[in-house]
Design a protein around this ligand. Structure first.
Ligand code: APR
Length: 227
């Protein structure tokens, strides 16, 4: 089976009703990222950080995977497909994808502030100050904040290096190191970029740009790959 590697971003979940970060009206137009998604913000205003993630988690419990997530899950019949996602939602998994690597953490999980190996799945949307891990320290969102390292990058690079085909779906490729992953793909891999916005880089002989939303772009691509 050919290895198909997906790098997905917020645009992948847009059709599920989850707003992106940098489109018009996006999350970073409404919030100052340094005030809600950084270790300093957690230090200085932990309740503001908790509220920010509780609001997004509450919405996630009300959302469901879209057609694009489902099409990717169905591709497992034809390809050895690995999904590397910048998204913190669980929509790829809920659509049935079995190999999903989260670069920026997972909204439905919390981790200990004293022992990062202690990670808990939340069964409801609210995480509160005073919610403690088994060692008695405060739980924090299991999210990679700006300025924190991306522990999953090593595995992500190894996955990308094996790709025969790369799909880049719904990401502005504006945040590193995630955006640099595309350079780990072998020169022999064909790269397809699906995004209704303007291309983040110029198409070339091994880069095809499909200027559509995720579900429509994937439908077009799957038909192309079949023929
Ligand atoms: N289908 C596909 N792509 C879409 C859709 C859609 N329906 N709607 C918007 N897009 C595209 C936009 O054109 C844009 O290129 O999705 C991309 C979203 O870009 P960002 O909002 O920057 O999201 P992302 O690239 O995932 O951000 C990366 O930045 O803030 C951090 O940690 C956060 O993981 C996030 C990272």
């Amino acid at each position: 089976m050919q290895k198909l590697v997906v790098l997905s971003g917020a645009g992948m979940s847009a059709e599920s009703g989850i707003i992106t970060f940098r489109d018009m009206g996006g999350i970073w137009e409404q919030y100052d990222v340094t005030k809600v998604a950084s270790p300093q913000a957690w230090e200085e205003t932990p309740q503001l950080v908790m509220d920010f993630y509780n609001q997004r988690r509450k919405q996630l419990f009300e959302c469901k995977p879209n057609k694009g997530h489902e099409l990717l899950s169905q591709l497992e019949d034809t390809y050895d497909i690995s999904i590397i996602t910048q998204n913190v939602d669980d929509l790829h998994e809920r659509a049935g994808s079995s190999k999903v690597l989260h670069l920026h953490g997972e909204l439905k999980k919390a981790r200990s502030t004293s022992d990062p190996s202690l990670i808990y799945t939340l069964d409801n949307w609210e995480l509160k100050l005073g919610d403690l891990c088994e060692k008695g320290s405060q739980l924090r969102p299991h999210i990679v904040w700006f300025g924190e390292s991306v522990p999953a990058m090593y595995d992500a690079e190894n996955i990308m290096q094996e790709a025969d085909i790369v799909l880049i779906i719904g990401t502005s490729l504006s945040v590193y190191p995630a955006a640099g992953l595309i350079h780990s793909a072998p020169g022999s891999a064909h790269i397809y970029v699906i995004d209704p916005g303007t291309p983040a880089f110029t198409p070339s002989k091994n880069i095809t740009f499909i200027q559509k939303i995720a579900s429509e772009g994937l439908e077009e691509l799957i038909n192309k790959l079949k023929n």
